[in-house]
Ligand binder design. Structure first.
Ligand SMILES: NC(=O)c1ccc[n+]([C@@H]2O[C@H](COP(=O)([O-])OP(=O)(O)OC[C@H]3O[C@@H](n4cnc5c(N)ncnc54)[C@H](O)[C@@H]3O)[C@@H](O)[C@H]2O)c1
Length: 372
């Protein structure tokens, strides 16, 4: 099979869908890998590293798409890429798609008549999303870092050193949500020697967190009362809650922020689901913060975009086994053998095979089994 990896062209996207390790596994298995010239540049992976694995560098994007049996990408195709979707018949596209949010992209993929498999809908039996998890881990680990930076005076914060110094207390960090991002944030916050309090409404989850950290942080059952109490004297609040398929619940109202310490920093990781603080609105890396009362809000919707090198490796590590299955077995046999991967199939030959996408756009849903 020929696997094509184009350079991402969506604005501010610097990740690439394959690392040299992934290219090497594919070439070792007898496949050919065509990487667009400069595709890895944004992630600090030079073309030469791909060439060393047996991959071929292709100068032109159209050529990559036209020659590939499977295209690996990071982001959903954007307008200038739509004509490329039908350059090769029976092609498989494996990438983040988020089709429920874009009728335009759904129509473009349906019109192309090929196969589109979405990273974000691959789902394991325990309901976890293995190809979204790495990005929650990146955002979670980044949160205490960006918050500590903004806690500094020149960055608009209270002027507190997150870890304290002998004789002076460390910052108090409150984390709302003990899922993937919340746990990642807690790991870094504990590592930074801050005083960490993590809240979740799932007590079983808090038991696991308590066991994992062995006393290095406090777990607290989430309630309106507990959130008010914990945020009142916090230096940093990190919002990391998720209710699957719904907007994030607004857990931190404005009047609570009004009573918080001046210069405190609130990082809303959940901003991509609408945000869990009342006044949250999406921001960008070039202008990441704004003031609410006397506190600083950081609400970047694409936090992993700041660290494309790490994010590329984290994502590609997770996609690699699925990519190999698809390449070795072909998509039909691969999804027959791997039910979680089958959940990723969103579009086949013009038909929508992922029910939430069909429902979101009032389109007809086709059961994948009926197409096999
Ligand atoms: N901003 C970014 O760049 C970025 C990057 C990656 C992920 N995210 C977002 O981060 C959020 C968290 O993702 P995740 O993978 O950690 O989710 P997750 O499902 O692993 O964890 C969410 C946790 O929130 C808890 N929760 C839900 N409602 C709650 C409530 N009312 N009070 C207290 N706890 C509550 C759940 O019990 C769960 O433990 C998601 O919205 C995700 O889309 C953002």
């Amino acid at each position: 099979m020929i696997i094509g990896v184009p350079k991402e062209i969506k604005k501010d996207e610097y990740r690439v869908a394959i690392t040299p390790a992934g290219a090497r596994e594919l070439t070792s298995a007898g496949h050919m890998v065509h990487v667009e010239q400069g595709a890895g540049e944004g992630s600090s992976i030079p073309d030469a590293e791909y060439v060393a694995t047996g991959a071929k560098i292709v100068p032109d994007a159209d050529e990559v798409w036209a020659g590939a049996d499977m295209v690996l990408k990071v982001k959903e195709p954007v307008g200038p890429e739509y004509h490329r979707l039908s350059l090769k018949k029976d092609q498989v596209l494996f990438t983040y798609l988020h089709l429920a949010a874009s009728r335009e992209c759904t129509d473009a993929l349906a019109a192309a008549g090929n196969v589109a498999i979405a990273y974000e809908t691959v789902r394991l039996p325990d309901n976890s999303l293995p190809l979204l998890t790495p990005m929650s881990e990146v955002a979670g680990r980044m949160a205490p870092i960006v918050a500590s930076h903004h806690l500094m005076r020149f960055a608009g914060g209270r002027g507190t050193l997150v870890c304290g110094v002998p004789g002076v207390e460390a910052a108090k960090v409150v984390i709302l949500g003990a899922g993937v991002a919340g746990m990642a944030a807690a790991t870094l916050a504990v590592g930074l020697h801050s005083s960490v309090y993590i809240l979740d409404r799932n007590l079983e989850r808090l038991r696991q967190v308590d066991h994992h950290f062995r006393g290095a942080l406090e777990t607290i059952a989430s309630s309106t009362h507990a959130i008010e109490q914990q945020c009142a004297d916090a230096d940093i609040v990190i919002g990391a809650v998720l209710v699957v398929g719904a907007r994030a619940p607004k857990l931190v109202p404005d009047d609570l922020v009004a009573g918080m310490r001046p210069g405190s920093v609130l990082v809303d990781i959940s901003i991509d689901q609408g945000g869990c603080f009342e006044s949250s609105r999406p921001t960008t890396h070039s202008d990441p913060t704004f003031k609410v009362h006397e506190s600083l809000f950081y609400c970047v919707a694409n936090m992993p975009g700041a660290v494309p090198h790490s994010s590329t490796y984290a994502l590609a590590n997770a996609t690699r086994p699925y990519t190999l299955e698809l390449a070795n077995q072909g998509w039909r046999d691969a999804v027959k053998a791997d039910a979680p991967l089958a959940e990723g199939v969103n579009v086949v030959d013009g038909k929508i095979t992922y029910r939430p996408v069909a429902e979101a756009h009032g389109m007809e849903y086709a059961d994948l089994d009926s197409l096999n």
